[in-house]
Structures are given as structure tokens and as C-alpha cells.
Design a protein around this ligand. Structure first.
Ligand SMILES: [Zn+2]
Ligand SMILES: [Zn+2]
Length: 397
């Protein structure tokens, strides 16, 4: 080690990281029955100051030019442009205390927020508040305007996002929907009622968080999706059984099974418009009425998500749209709201002018997994496994 500059950071109760700036090295000691030592090299061209801290298995390592966030394999996840920090110390609320050498005053920075000087490395825009994305592969910050081009050119790059983004919406409340059960899908049924598909049941809730009803139902944990037919009827796809289940949420609750054609595979995707179900299969989208009769076959194969929008159009994909969202919805003016990489994005009705509108407080660990929007209440409901619940956001007028 370095007698002057080496410092230690405790990773957990049996792992310690030690900086060795003279060798450009971080040593990780695992103090178990047989103690092991792992070395990893830091970038050659940058000099370590020695300062190090650790939060949730991410090492914050100080260099003369910047602080680098590294995982325990030595992979750099982010570069925060705060130069010449000699001591790094983690304080609560995701804050990192940075102590500088004598010429610079000490300051506290939010370690999970992008700093003010994280400007887009591509267009050099002066608007730092538009730069919410960092490409891990290129190690550059990218603004909203340059994002699409970057994603088109680089199909498989990995990104980090600024935490706690909230644009165009305000948080209204949190709902505890299910503490123990993973949510498979959720959809608004009415302005203040939401249907939530869990692994073994379908629940309906008021937006205040009060449970209305619970139905036991067999589904596919991964592929089942729900479509609200009206404010008391829900369709659930069960691809493994070639089945669409229709639940009528009146006293007494009834379940009607609609068999789908044998020999073709359902993807799970479903939506409903005027009592017609749009059901996605491996070969096409079928328009099916509520008695199970097929009315039309649209030859678009393998659609995973279908979402009905105004003007009786069905949104399924855009060319030149460099995203593969896991959840999609639309607002009353046709903006497309979608979820990818755990953050929530918005595009206009043409799929253009894309920007990030929401990210979780800790995007490194917990991202969003589901979204649904109600046009009457102008509410966006989001869900994240990590929070065991959902949040209601209302659109700002
Ligand atoms: Zn840019
Ligand atoms: Zn890149």
C-alpha cells in the first residue's frame, strides 16, 4: 500500500476495499474462512487521490479529474466531474461528503444526481437540466436531443440515468398495492379504479389505496396481460392455456373463458376498444368479440404490447424508434408514455420529441416496471418492485 495515500472503505461486514494510488490499484479483501484478495486496475491515464467510499456495492473512487463509480468487478458505471477529492465519505440520504485539497472548499454533493457540469458530450448544450442520461459504453453524458441518434447508432449500449427526475407531473400519493406479491400488470379501469394482476389473483383498488375486490385466477407469471373492457369487465390473457379469461366484476363475479385458435401462440399482448379485443399472436393480431368470434386478422406478427389510442388506432410500433419498451400507455393528447431501462419516457404521438419524464430515487437499484394512464383523471400510475407499491402522479396543467 501507499503509506500516505491509501485509504479503506468497508463494503460489507466481511469485505474491505483498499486504494493503492501508486500502483493504480484497488485491492478487495474478503475476510472469510480463507481470506482472498482481488486486485483491480484503475484507468491508466488517471491518477487516484486515494479517497474511496462504498454504498450498496458501488465503490466511489476519487481521481484527480473526477470521481468514478465502480462495481466490485472494476467496471466503471459513472464518472462524476468533481476533481481532486482527497476524502470521500458517505453520509445518509444518498449524499457524499467530498473533502478537497486545501485550495478548494469542502462540499457535499448528491452522489446519485448528475452534477451541474454534466453537460452533453455530444452537442455541448448549455442546458444541463436536459442531460439525464449517461452511456456506460461510451462514458459520455447525453442530452435528450442527442439520445435518439445515439441509440440508433449504438443498438446495444447500456445507460445510467439521473435519479429522481420528475417532469410535467407532480406526485399525488403512494399506494401500497401488494407487499408480498409481484405485480404482473396493472391498468386503469375508471378514473379512480385500477386493476392489478398479481401472480395468483386479480385485485381492484380505488386510487386511495382501498381494496375493492380480489379474484383468484390462474395466469402466466411472465406473459399474462390485462385489458379493461369497461369499468366492470376485464380480459386477462393466459398464453400457456391458449385462453382469454373475462372477469365480470359484478355481484356475483363471473369468469368466461374464450378459447383462442389451436396451433398459434398468443404473445400475451391484449387491448380492447368498443367491446372488441385486439389479441396478439405469433403470426398476427386477431380482433375478437366478447363471445370469442374472430372478426379480423391483421398480419402483424409477434407484437408483445398492444395499446389502443384515440381515433381507433392501435399503437404497436414505430419505425425509427430505438426503444423496446416493457410497458406503454398514452395520454389524452396522444403523447406516448413508455417504460424502458426502469425509467419513464414520453414521446409525441408521432414517436418524436422523446424525453425522460420520471426516474426513481435510486435508479441504480430500483427502476419502474409498470405504467398506466387515465385520460379523465390525468393520472399516471407507476409501479416499482422495490417500493412494493405504486405512485400516482397527476399531469401538470
Ligand atoms: Zn446533446
Ligand atoms: Zn454509447
Amino acid at each position: 500500500m501507499d503509506k500516505e495515500k491509501s485509504r479503506i472503505a468497508c463494503i460489507n461486514d466481511c469485505k474491505i476495499a483498499v486504494t493503492v494510488p501508486s500502483n493504480n490499484l484497488i485491492q478487495i479483501l474478503a475476510i472469510l474462512a480463507s481470506t482472498t484478495l482481488t486486485d483491480f486496475r484503475t484507468p491508466e491515464e488517471t491518477k487516484m487521490t486515494g479517497g474511496i467510499a462504498c454504498i450498496m456495492d458501488t465503490l466511489y473512487v476519487a481521481f484527480f479529474g473526477a470521481i468514478r463509480l465502480m462495481d466490485l468487478s472494476g467496471q466503471i458505471q459513472r464518472v462524476v466531474n468533481i476533481p481532486s477529492v482527497n476524502i470521500l465519505h458517505y453520509v445518509n440520504d444518498d449524499q457524499m461528503l467530498c473533502v478537497h485539497s486545501k485550495d478548494q472548499s469542502d462540499k457535499t454533493v448528491s452522489c446519485l444526481d448528475f452534477t451541474n457540469d454534466s453537460l452533453c458530450n455530444n452537442c455541448q448544450t448549455k442546458e444541463a437540466n436536459q442531460t439525464a442520461c449517461y452511456c456506460k459504453d461510451c462514458q459520455i453524458f447525453i442530452c435528450d436531443n442527442c439520445l435518439i441518434e445515439h441509440r440508433m447508432k449504438n443498438k446495444n449500449h447500456n445507460y445510467h440515468y439521473q435519479s429522481a427526475i420528475l417532469r410535467e407531473y407532480k406526485e399525488e400519493r403512494s399506494l401500497t398495492l401488494s407487499a408480498y406479491n409481484r405485480i404482473v400488470d396493472l391498468k386503469f379501469m375508471a378514473a379512480d379504479i385500477v386493476a392489478v394482476l398479481l401472480v395468483e389473483k386479480l385485485c381492484t383498488y380505488y386510487l386511495t389505496g382501498i381494496l375493492i375486490n380480489t379474484f383468484s385466477i390462474r395466469i402466466d407469471k411472465e406473459k399474462s396481460r390485462i385489458a379493461c373492457i369497461n369499468d366492470c369487465k376485464i380480459a386477462v390473457t393466459v398464453p400457456s392455456n391458449n385462453l382469454i379469461q373475462i372477469l365480470t366484476n359484478q355481484a356475483p363475479t363471473t369468469v368466461t373463458d374464450l378459447r383462442t385458435p389451436a396451433g398459434i401462440i398468443m404473445t400475451g399482448g391484449i387491448t380492447c376498444r368498443m367491446d372488441i379485443l385486439y389479441v396478439a399472436f405469433s403470426d398476427a393480431i386477431r380482433l375478437i368479440d366478447l363471445s370469442g368470434q374472430i372478426h379480423r386478422v391483421v398480419n402483424i406478427p409477434n407484437v408483445k404490447i398492444i395499446h389502443s389510442v384515440i381515433n381507433n388506432k392501435i399503437l404497436y410500433h414505430f419505425e425509427q424508434f430505438p426503444f423496446h419498451p416493457l410497458s406503454v400507455t398514452t395520454d389524452e393528447v396522444g403523447n406516448i408514455i413508455f417504460m424502458e431501462d426502469g425509467v419513464i419516457w414520453q414521446a409525441d404521438s408521432e414517436g418524436k420529441n422523446i424525453k425522460i419524464i420520471m426516474s426513481t430515487v435510486d435508479v441504480f437499484l430500483i427502476g419502474y416496471t409498470q405504467i398506466t394512464y387515465n385520460e379523465d383523471s390525468k393520472c399516471l400510475l407507476t409501479y416499482s418492485h422495490g417500493f412494493n407499491g405504486a405512485k400516482v402522479y397527476r399531469k401538470l396543467e
